[in-house]
Design a protein around this ligand. Structure first.
Ligand SMILES: NC(=O)c1ccc[n+]([C@@H]2O[C@H](COP(=O)([O-])OP(=O)(O)OC[C@H]3O[C@@H](n4cnc5c(N)ncnc54)[C@H](O)[C@@H]3O)[C@@H](O)[C@H]2O)c1
Ligand SMILES: O=C(O)C[C@H](O)C(=O)O
Length: 357
């Protein structure tokens, strides 16, 4: 009896010591040992890291990944505030074991062994800014994080959220090429929010439940590069020229609509966390080997003459295993495609040059 009490006290002392904030400052992986204790009997599943986990997207995304039954280990990395977010999320009584990592010295530990890395790190827009205005700061952040991925988990699937996605995906690809770890199937720019918005706005016009609607959104993730293919909406639907114009503009400017409504307090975080969790969940189902998992994503592609392009892709054990073609476009969409491609070409080149020059 006494021996049992001593063992219990010893365990409690060990857990308390690992939870102490000073462990983060010393570069220790707080919760790591505590988590290891619990992980012994833990459920099998995938290991997922969120980089930028303390941010506006990162926090609700951490919550949503903690309740995903396919996740067994959840690593939360940021340069600020991970102790609090980790302690908070770790109290949820779901299967995933949560570990927190703070600051660059802990980046490689955060990434080691991960199957999926989700990146919402970086600054968001304020009213009046374009996504490209974020390039100056976010390009360097994405480079640093991808260098870590190349070192610590080169085979992980990467879901890149940080803007401008049209350039940051090219940056990530160049970093991986330089490191000799580039696998085009494993790098996915997240454009799910465009699809989520398109489904919502189209459902409003049709007067149906958004869950019944599927709108392919191709191209990229900024302004005119966001190209909803309304002629391919499921269930098959027809739109007047005015409806098509209204819907295309609203979908292309959905991000700006939120930035303006937030009036300086950032951009979409909650709908983005939802979209990121939806996309990550599909990636995990693909990793499990399930058939017929299809999402739109901005990927290395031969669908157009551009090196990267968003279309529907089939997700499998090795990432984007099949890239769907565009399908038949109407005249309005063909004009939109030309506009999208010329802006995309510049954004992609800017990302490539950032690493090459
Ligand atoms: N792809 C999309 O559809 C989409 C949608 C919404 C937002 N975004 C983009 O996502 C990014 C994040 O948006 P947010 O609202 O969460 O911003 P935020 O400022 O609330 O959070 C960003 C987080 O990143 C962290 N961070 C900064 N530098 C870092 C580094 N070097 N390593 C790790 N973490 C770092 C910050 O500390 C912060 O916690 C922005 O670039 C935004 O434009 C993309
Ligand atoms: O609009 C932004 O800056 C954030 C994001 O890309 C969005 O589409 O909401």
């Amino acid at each position: 009896m006494e021996a049992h009490a001593a063992e219990v006290n010893h365990r409690i002392a060990r857990i308390s010591a690992h939870l102490h904030p000073s462990n983060f400052k010393e570069g220790g992986d707080v919760l790591l040992n505590k988590a290891n204790c619990r992980a012994k009997g833990g459920a099998p599943g995938f290991k997922v890291a969120i980089l930028g986990a303390a941010g506006g997207i990162g926090q609700p995304l951490a919550l949503l990944m903690k309740i995903n039954p396919l996740v067994s280990v959840l690593h939360l990395y940021d340069v600020v505030n991970t102790p609090g977010v980790t302690a908070d999320v770790s109290h949820m009584d779901t299967g995933a074991v949560v570990r927190g990592f703070l600051g660059q010295p802990q980046l490689d530990n955060a990434l080691t062994g991960m199957d999926l890395v989700i990146i919402p790190a970086g600054v968001p827009r304020k009213p009046g800014m374009t996504r490209d205005d974020l390039f100056k700061i976010n390009a360097g952040i994405v480079r640093t994080l991808c260098e870590g991925i190349a070192r610590a988990c080169p085979n992980a699937i990467v879901n890149l959220i940080s803007n401008p996605v049209n350039s940051t995906v090219a940056i990530a690809a160049e970093v991986f090429k330089k490191a000799g770890t580039y696998d085009p199937k494993r790098l996915l720019g997240v454009t799910t929010l465009d699809v989520v918005r398109a489904n919502t706005f189209v459902a409003e016009v049709l007067g149906v439940d958004p869950r019944e609607v599927d709108v392919p959104v191709v191209g990229g993730h900024a302004g005119v590069t966001i190209l909803p293919l309304l002629s391919q909406v499921k269930p098959p639907s027809s739109f007047t020229a005015e409806e098509a114009e209204y819907l295309t503009n609203r979908i292309q400017n959905g991000g700006t609509e939120v930035v303006e409504a937030k009036a300086g307090a950032g951009s979409a975080t909650l709908s983005m966390a939802y979209a990121a969790a939806k996309f990550a969940n599909s990636c995990l189902h693909g990793l499990k080997g399930e058939a017929g998992v299809v999402e739109c994503a901005f990927v290395d592609s031969q669908v157009t003459e551009l090196p990267f392009f968003a279309t529907k892709v089939r997700l499998g054990r090795s990432g984007a295993e099949e890239i769907h073609q565009l399908g038949p476009l109407n005249e309005y969409e063909r004009i939109g495609l030309e506009k999208a491609k010329s802006e995309l070409a510049e954004s992609i080149k800017k990302g490539v040059d950032f690493i090459k020059k």
